[in-house]
Every structure is written in C-alpha cells, then in structure tokens.
Design a protein around this ligand. Structure first.
Ligand code: GLN
Length: 241
C-alpha cells in the first residue's frame, strides 16, 4: 500500500527529502523495500509544505507516478520547508486513481495522509458519515477521505493534532476497522497513528522524519503497532492508542 512521510526540522527542500535519500520516496514508487500490500506506488502522489507567513500549507498532487512528473522534478529543488508531508499512492482496488484521491489531503492548516484500507468502507461510511467533516478533500471517492473527515471534525472541535487522528482511528475501529496508519501536520508539529501498516521514526539533530519505511541508512526505528507519535519543536512523544 501507499508510502508516505512527514518531516519537521530545519528547512530542507522537497528534493532533499523526497528524492535525494538512497531509498527515497521517489525510489519507493517503483522499488519499496518493506511494502506488504501491493508492489509499486504509481497511482498518484502528492506533497504538502508550509511557507513563511501563511498558516495554510501549499499542496501539490498528481494522479501519475512521481517519477513521470517533470514539473515536480523541476520545482522540488527550489522549495524548502521546515514541515512537510509527502505521499505515494497505490490505489486500493475499487477506488479510482484520480488526483482528488491522492494524499496529502488538506483543510485549513492541516495536511493528512492515510496508508491502508478500511475493512468495510460501505458500513463505516454509512455509520460515520454524519460525524465527519464535509470539507472538500473529505468528499473524495476513496476510503481515506472518511478518516480525514473524521479527523477534521475532531480538530475543529478542539482536538490536538494527534488526538484528531486517534479519534478517526477509534471511530473506524468500532465500525469494521482496517489498516489505518495515518500522518498529519499543522505547520509546527507532525503526528502519526500506527494501525496495521508500519511506520518508522528517524530523529537527528536537524530534524525528525516519520515514514512508512527508512529512506536511508540512518538510525531509524520501527514504531510499535497501535502507537501514537507526536513530533514538536520540543521533542517526540510516543503513547499507546
Ligand atoms: N485506501 C487508500 C487508497 O486507495 C490508501 C491506499 C494505500 O495505502 N495504498 O488510496
């Protein structure tokens, strides 16, 4: 299934984060090392990042493999940010590979990405639709959009970045469950929830990366299943879901 990452730290360009590492997302598009579901990630990709003086992120998405987008390759070395989310999509069968289904989703200052699959999307959707936000990206025709809508609704009612993801995960776990690993960012922090799809953490002096798989030979470690991770300028906390 999809591959994604979120990074908080000293500013780095999209090219440095998404393309330059030895096992970068760019490489993971055709040659992921730890992917358990699906083989390649070619059904779209996206990146979101924050710029000075603007609360809302910039978000760029395409419905094609990341390596086929010459425009992304051209702009990626010119865009530096201290907070970003990037994702590759391997579409779950049954969902279209249009741009609106590619992560990251965004609303206000939030970015969101889901890796996995809702076990019983029709039932979960019927049960949880009324609780979910109907912001544009939550209306995309893909299971991930329901999780996003639930997270947005929770954030809008005051939940912290990780708590919004936790609320979305719990709601779906109560309605069929599934593989629900998620990442989110708000410009000053990054959060993740690990449910059924792996997530790895790299902490260095210059930044912290949470990602589906290690993208270099650094001191990454795998987060346990059912972990909630929250990365801020003050450090990283890990709690149980
Ligand atoms: N189910 C989501 C989709 O279809 C995520 C897929 C994935 O993690 N590969 O886009």
């Amino acid at each position: 299934m999809c591959r994604h990452l979120a990074r908080l730290g000293e500013p780095r360009t999209l090219q440095e984060v998404v393309d330059a590492p030895r096992y970068s997302l760019m490489t993971q598009s055709w040659s992921p090392r730890l992917q358990r579901h699906g083989t390649v990630n070619v059904d779209g990709f996206g990146a979101g990042w924050y710029v000075e003086g603007r609360d809302e992120p910039v978000r760029y998405r395409r419905n094609q493999p990341i390596w086929t987008d010459a425009s992304f390759a051209s702009l990626a070395p010119t865009i530096a940010s201290s907070c970003m989310v990037a994702a590759l999509r391997s579409a779950t069968p049954g969902f279209a590979h249009d741009e609106s289904s590619a992560a990251p989703f965004t609303h206000g200052r939030y970015l969101f990405s889901h890796n996995g699959r809702l076990e019983d999307y029709p039932t979960a959707r019927k049960a949880l639709w009324a609780e979910a936000s109907t912001t544009r990206d939550a209306l995309a025709a893909v299971d991930s959009a329901l999780l996003f809508g639930l997270a947005v609704a929770s954030w809008e009612s005051g939940a912290s970045l990780p708590d919004g993801l936790v609320a979305a995960a719990r709601a779906v776990l109560d309605h069929g469950g599934g593989r629900l690993t998620m990442l989110a960012a708000d410009g000053v922090s990054v959060a993740g929830v690990v449910v059924g799809e792996p997530m790895h953490l790299l902490e260095t002096d210059t930044g912290t990366v949470v990602a589906s798989e290690p993208h270099d030979d650094g001191p990454w470690r795998e987060l346990a299943d059912l972990t909630v991770v929250h990365v801020t300028a003050y450090g990283t906390t890990e709690t149980a879901l």
